[in-house]
Design a protein around this ligand. Sequence first.
Ligand code: NAP
Length: 261
Amino acid sequence: MNLKGKVALVTAATKGIGLASAQKLAENGAVVYIGARNEELANEVINDIESNGGIAKFVYFNAREAETYVSMIENIVENEGRIDILVNNYGGHDVKRDKTILDTDSEHYFETVISNLQSVYLTSQTAIKSMIKTGGGSIINISTIGSVNPDLSGIAYCTSKAAINSLTENIAAQCAQYNIRCNAVLPGFIATKAALENMSQEFLDTFLKQVPIKRPGKPEDIANAVAFFASDASSYLTGEILEVAGGFGKFTPMYGDFVGR
Ligand code: NAP
């Protein structure tokens, strides 16, 4: 997966899936921008990547400041003359407030949906304008397995990520003519700070019962899929919605219960 000469951006890349993706892209030769709100943490990531022979740089991004979705891409294009790979990794929700349709206040619902959608729409729109001029690119959106498996809670998160899947397919269809590909990766339960802090052990144990590959995913499992979509190894793939979830949901829950898994 040779990414030499490519300029990449990973949003929210100081931890978890974003961090692993940035490391993986750099390992494969890309110049990787770390989109982050905390420059000190970003510099730790950059030092780590550089000590492994890669090239990484900081670009300011704060999801609470919507203008930074655009400005971070513009800064990269100004510095490098291009952006070839965009990994829209930022995304989230407040698990204490994002519940069911009956007990999630609508203000919070729309805040979450707008924030998660902006994080893909605005960055992609800005990057695509540059990609068209430089001959193409690859956009990878980090969605969630919850976008295709309706949940009993987290309605804002799940529906916003489902919309991100649709954005992915629409961008793919509309931008293939410019040699721009767009794919989504749907992580299952990945052992990151966000996942471990937001979910109880009891929930995680129950969740794992529905995962045929009986372990939580690692950030590297997602990073491998990201690097694949970033590279020419996937040059004939676009508009794909790829589950990387250890087979979650592949056997029926009823059968799982029946055989006592
Ligand atoms: P994580 O380990 O908690 O990392 C979250 C990242 O987001 C950190 O780098 C954090 O930066 C950054 N961030 C948070 N708020 C921000 C803001 N306002 N502006 C800029 N950056 C901000 O999260 P993760 O589990 O890797 O999740 C990454 C993506 O994967 C998300 O889109 C999530 O929905 C998706 N996902 C994760 C799982 C899972 O099981 N982990 C499953 C499905 C989907 P700081 O260092 O500054 O806090």
